[in-house]
Design a protein around this ligand. Structure first.
Ligand code: ADP
Length: 295
C-alpha cells in the first residue's frame, strides 16, 4: 500500500480577461473552489487507480477544509495521518486569463506547519512512499530516510522546482521531474535530457523519469532508456497531468507491475486527465485506464 506525504489545498480559480498587472483590479467570472495540492492530487490519482493509499499532511479547521478534502474522501484515501491544525488550510489563488495563461499564488497555511513529528512511526503496512516539494524539506528528508531504512520504495516528484536536497536525493529510488524541474538539478551546460537525467543516477535514484508534456516521457535506469510517446488525446486542460502521472506510476508499481508497464499506464492516465477540465475531477479511474490501455 502507498503512503503519500504531501500538501492539501483548496484551489480558488477565477477566469478573467487577463491577469492583473501590479496595482490593478480585474473583474472576473464567479470563483470555482476545487480540491488541490500536489500531495492530495497524487494520492487521489493513486487511489482511483486501485491502490490502497494513506495521506499524511495537514489542513486547518476553517471553511476551506471541506473543499480541500472532498476529492480525497470520495476516492477513499485513508486520512488517519491527516492532522488538523490551528492554521488556515492551504489555498491556491489561481487566475486564468482568456489567453489560457495562468498566475498562481499559493498560501501554504497548514502545509508549512507540518513537522517530522507528524510522520507515521510504523511504516510496516506500506510498500511505497510518494513525496513532492510542497511541504517543508525537513519533513521530506525525514520521511525518505525513515522509509528507505524500512525497505519502502521511495518515489519523489521534485515539483515545484526548488534547490535540490542531496540527502533527500540519496534516499530516493525513483525521481520524477518535468523539464523545468530537471534544470534545477542540472549543472548547466545544455546537455541532452538523457545525459542530464543519467547524471542524477549517481546521486541516489536508480530510476529518473522526465515528463515531457505532449512529447511523453523519458526514463533512465542503470541499464535501460525508456522513451514513451504521449498517448494521443485532444487536451482541454493539462492541470494535474503531472500529478496523475506520479500517482498512477506509484499505484501500478505498488500493485506489482514492472517499471515499463507502470510507466505506460501512468502516461495513458495523465493523457486522459488532460481531456477534462480540473485536476482531481479530471482523473481517470482504474476501469478507464484499463480500457484505454486495451485500445
Ligand atoms: P507537468 O504538468 O508536471 O509539467 P507534463 O506537462 O510533463 O508535467 O505532463 C505530465 C505527463 O502528462 C506527460 O509525461 C504525458 O504523459 C502527459 N501529458 C501532458 N500533456 C499531454 C498532452 N497534451 N497529450 C498527452 N499526454 C500529455
Amino acid at each position: 500500500s502507498v503512503l503519500v506525504v504531501g500538501s492539501v489545498n483548496a484551489d480558488v480559480t477565477v477566469r478573467a480577461a487577463r491577469i492583473p498587472a501590479p496595482g490593478e483590479t480585474v473583474l472576473g467570472e464567479e470563483a470555482r473552489v476545487s480540491p488541490g495540492g500536489k500531495g492530495a492530487n497524487q494520492a487521489v490519482a493513486a487511489a482511483l487507480a486501485g491502490s490502497s493509499v494513506t495521506l499524511c499532511g495537514a489542513v486547518g479547521r476553517d471553511t476551506f477544509r471541506a473543499p480541500a478534502l472532498s476529492g480525497l474522501t470520495r476516492a477513499g484515501v485513508n486520512l488517519a495521518h491527516l492532522h488538523e491544525l490551528a492554521a488556515p488550510t492551504g489555498l491556491a489563488l489561481i487566475t486564468v486569463a482568456a489567453s489560457g495563461e495562468n498566475a498562481i499564488t499559493v498560501a501554504s497555511g497548514a502545509n508549512a506547519r507540518v513537522t517530522p513529528a507528524y510522520l507515521p512511526t510504523d511504516l510496516s503496512g506500506f510498500t511505497h512512499l510518494l513525496l513532492q516539494n510542497e511541504l517543508p524539506s525537513e519533513v521530506n528528508r525525514e520521511a525518505a530516510r525513515h522509509a528507505h531504512a524500512a525497505g519502502l520504495t521511495v518515489l519523489y516528484n521534485a515539483a515545484p522546482a526548488r534547490d535540490p536536497d542531496p540527502d533527500l536525493l540519496a534516499h530516493t529510488h525513483h525521481l520524477i521531474v518535468n523539464e523545468h524541474e530537471l534544470a534545477a538539478f542540472a549543472s548547466g551546460g545544455g546537455e541532452a535530457l538523457e545525459t542530464q537525467a543519467r547524471a542524477l543516477l549517481t546521486r541516489g535514484p536508480r530510476a529518473v523519469t522526465v515528463t515531457l508534456g505532449a512529447r511523453g516521457s523519458l526514463t533512465v535506469t542503470a541499464d535501460a532508456v525508456d522513451r514513451l510517446p504521449a498517448f494521443p488525446v485532444t487536451p482541454v486542460d493539462t492541470t494535474g497531468a503531472g500529478d496523475t502521472f506520479c500517482g498512477v506510476l506509484t499505484a501500478w508499481l505498488a500493485q506489482g507491475h514492472p517499471l515499463p508497464t507502470a510507466l505506460h499506464a501512468a502516461g495513458v492516465a495523465a493523457a486522459l486527465a488532460c481531456t477534462r477540465p480540473g485536476a482531481q475531477d479530471a482523473m481517470p479511474d482504474r476501469a478507464e485506464i484499463a480500457a484505454a490501455l486495451a485500445r
